[in-house]
Design a protein around this ligand. Structure first.
Ligand SMILES: [Zn+2]
Length: 211
């Protein structure tokens, strides 16, 4: 393998890194959108509860914002013909005054063969009744908005941090006469890096943008 092969290999690697960087930017942008939407819902949830209910042949699913939390409920009646609701699928939206998440599953009487999950952690609740014998499953998940906001804010934060760091590095390298792309000493050739070939004149801003 000659020097040409090494250069080609490095170009391929750089292209791969570039692709990953773009993917990272895209994911961060999407995550930022979710972060903003979740933050707005979080504030709104103290005044209004938004509820979406989806009824279908085998059960009911619903999602609700409730005073700082999101509650998701799942009622699956597959195999439990007595409690099966009417056929047909429909989605309903409801807006009510804000209330704390209510666990309606606690009103259900335990039946024979029920297995129950009752799990809580810092405002995260998982309550579930499953009956393999009768084939029904009732579940409620409550997730606080701070969890969602923290999770969706992580990527944009990491992106911003990386961006700032590479900016600072580029500035520092330029001050010390180093190529912002590969770190090679370019004091003798300030317009073009002899090592990686990056132009450092008018196009230095474009080179900076990819970093
Ligand atoms: Zn260079």
């Amino acid at each position: 393998m000659g020097a040409k092969g090494a250069v080609k290999g490095r170009l391929g690697l750089e292209r791969e890194i570039d692709r990953m960087r773009h993917l990272f930017t895209l994911c961060s942008a999407l995550s930022l959108l979710l972060f903003v939407a979740a933050s707005a819902r979080w504030v709104r949830s103290y005044w209004l509860s938004d509820t979406i209910v989806w009824r279908h042949a085998d059960g009911v699913r619903s999602g609700q914002t409730a005073r700082g939390s999101v509650a998701v409920e799942l009622f699956s009646f597959a195999g439990d013909r007595q409690t099966k609701p009417g056929d047909g699928s429909r989605i309903q939206y409801q807006r009510t005054e804000a209330s704390a998440p209510v666990n309606s599953l606690l009103d259900l009487d335990a039946e024979q063969g029920d297995s129950v999950v009752d799990w809580h952690w810092h405002g995260v609740d998982w309550y579930e009744i499953q009956n393999a014998l009768r084939g029904h499953r009732y579940a409620q998940f409550v997730v606080p908005f701070w969890c969602i906001v923290a999770a969706t804010g992580l990527l944009p934060l990491a992106w911003t941090k990386g961006r700032l760091r590479s900016r600072l590095r580029a500035r520092r390298e330029r001050r010390f006469g180093l190529c912002p792309s590969c770190g090679y000493d370019i004091r003798a050739t300030p317009h073009r890096c002899p090592e990686c070939g990056v132009s450092l004149g008018a196009t230095s801003a474009a080179g900076d943008g990819a970093t």
